[in-house]
Design a protein around this ligand. Structure first.
Ligand SMILES: Cc1cc2nc3c(=O)[nH]c(=O)nc-3n(C[C@H](O)[C@H](O)[C@H](O)COP(=O)(O)O)c2cc1C
Ligand SMILES: [Mn+2]
Length: 480
């Protein structure tokens, strides 16, 4: 396959190669030449690196997979993500907030071909076990692809969705997918195909530039293709290429590996347990089967891995910023007093919101709390902390200080019981029918308001009766 129109420069990072070079230049990449096994070794290194704020790791010696390299943890910290755009950490967060809040999007630029299209395996030559797929939890077998970005399009061709999904390898050309129908776009799109009894075409990208991963996690509005945010974030259009097998699907030219196939409309396979984002196992599920028809890759492809489990992880870092930005964008029209949103933990389970101190008033925090729980981006929140804008909601010292000196439990805490939860949270009260229920706890950490201004009369506000008005009313036949 011929070279492409794919052009490279330092920032924005246009592919994983740019990204690794940039990280290395900043002393943020460790090349591991010691042999590591796919079972446990890589996951454990990743978990520890993330917990200790270590650098990204490129494993160059994978036991039994001599041709392969595996990378992880480039995207674990906001300051590293900021590098991908040539920004400082605060500027980066501000930039993402602005792009999401203003819904700034730029259509991608289509290119004729991409490096991943050089090597294509189809039919009997498809063998997923040839990919170096690490296991994540000790009980996982067979392993899951964790950093795969799923690309699906509605049957009418109008909307392409992208999002990270984990896929368990069920055989050489078989995967299973978890796509929740009610809550997530991909599940909704698959539902449209399955309702017609048709298999849904899908392309899974493994290994791409960090901004593409960030975009894949945007809780975008219905009908919006997340990849359009890439151009607005980077300041230039994203280069995308048409899938050769499914020309209706646009794929990032930066991809290292692309797995394509069909989600089967009715067949399901047992999968699990997976190490889920709250830090616990998922249990076992019967999930839709994905029949893989081709694997395309760069000849020297690098396999990208993401550890999944208790935070901090790469996935949490990506999600927390875009969830906060989306919440800010969705809530500020309802409660304009909001100045900032910070997801503190577990995909928004615990979130802090700042409000303009000068505009606080009785009832505002409760109104905000209800708006949060009604928003798409805030639907998983179970603990909401509200602070004044003289504090930074991202700063735990600020939060703890407000908890210490501005908060009285009997006055400033309220709980709404039995809201829909997330069945993956083991602390949930009820898991009837497989769907959990959770309490929603709100802690108002804002400075207590001054006693209510009682400088007005509490009498009914009515006009004074006049002779003229009485005469008019009588003329109208109203007895008075
Ligand atoms: C590493 C990682 C793996 C994920 N795996 C899944 C998954 O298997 N199924 C799922 O529904 N969501 C998964 N998510 C969460 C979704 O990617 C995320 O909620 C996304 O915004 C959903 O987008 P959508 O509504 O456009 O489909 C994962 C997130 C990360 C970071
Ligand atoms: Mn979406």
């Amino acid at each position: 396959m011929k070279a492409t129109e794919f052009v490279k420069k330092a920032t924005p990072c246009r592919d994983l190669r740019d990204w690794l070079a940039l990280l290395e230049q900043h002393g943020q990449l460790h090349r591991n030449r010691e042999p590591v096994a796919l079972r446990n070794d890589i996951a454990y290194v990743s978990q520890q690196v993330a917990a200790r704020s270590g650098p990204a790791v490129l494993h160059e010696h994978i036991v039994d997979y001599p041709a392969w390299r595996v990378v992880h943890d480039g995207m674990t910290t906001p300051s590293r993500m900021a590098l991908a755009l040539g920004l400082g950490p605060d500027q980066y967060a501000r930039h993402v907030f602005d792009v999401v809040a203003d819904d700034r999007r730029i259509a991608p630029q289509e290119v004729a071909s991409a490096p991943f299209q050089e090597l294509v395996m189809t039919g009997d030559s498809v063998d997923l076990t040839a990919l170096p797929i690490p296991t994540t939890s000790a009980y996982e077998n067979p392993p899951y692809i964790t950093a795969g970005i799923s690309h699906v399009r509605t049957p009418d061709g109008q909307w392409q969705n992208i999002a990270i999904r984990r896929y368990q390898v069920q055989g050489p050309n078989t995967l299973t997918v978890l796509a929740m129908k009610a809550a997530q776009h991909e599940g909704q799109i698959l539902g449209r195909w399955f309702a017609r009894g048709e298999p849904a075409p899908v392309a899974i990208v493994i290994g791409a530039d960090p901004l593409y991963y960030l975009c894949a996690q945007m809780p975008a509005p219905d009908g919006v293709s997340e990849y359009e945010y890439w151009g607005a974030l980077a300041g230039e259009p994203l280069q995308m290429v048409r899938s050769r097998q499914f020309p209706e699907l646009l794929l990032p030219a930066s991809a290292e590996i692309v797995i394509e196939g069909y989600y089967h409309p009715t067949e399901r396979l047992l999968e699990g347990p997976f190490s889920e984002f709250p830090g616990f196992h998922s249990g076992l599920f019967y999930l839709p089967r994905l029949d893989v028809t081709s694997v395309s890759l760069r000849p020297d492809a690098i396999y990208q891995y993401m550890y999944m489990g208790r935070e901090p992880t790469e996935g949490h870092n990506l999600d927390h910023l875009v969830y906060a930005a989306s919440m800010y964008s969705q809530l500020r029209t309802v409660v304009p007093e909001i100045t900032d949103v910070a997801v503190l933990g577990t995909e928004g389970f615990t979130t802090a919101i700042a409000i303009r101190k000068s505009r606080n008033r009785p009832g505002l925090v409760r109104q905000l709390a209800m708006a949060v729980r009604g928003s798409r981006a805030g639907r998983l929140i179970k603990n909401l902390l509200v602070v004044d804008d003289d504090l930074n909601p991202r700063n735990l010292d600020d939060i703890v200080w407000a908890l210490s000196v501005r908060f009285q439990g009997s006055r400033d805490l309220f709980v709404v019981d039995d809201l829909p939860g997330c069945y993956l949270d083991p602390s949930e009260q009820s898991t009837t029918g497989g769907v959990g229920q959770t309490s929603f706890t709100v802690m108002d950490l804002t400075e207590p308001l001054a006693p209510h201004n009682d400088g007005y009369k509490r009498g009914l506000a009515v006009p004074r009766c006049t002779d003229t008005a009485t005469a008019v009313l009588r003329a109208m036949g109203l007895s008075i």
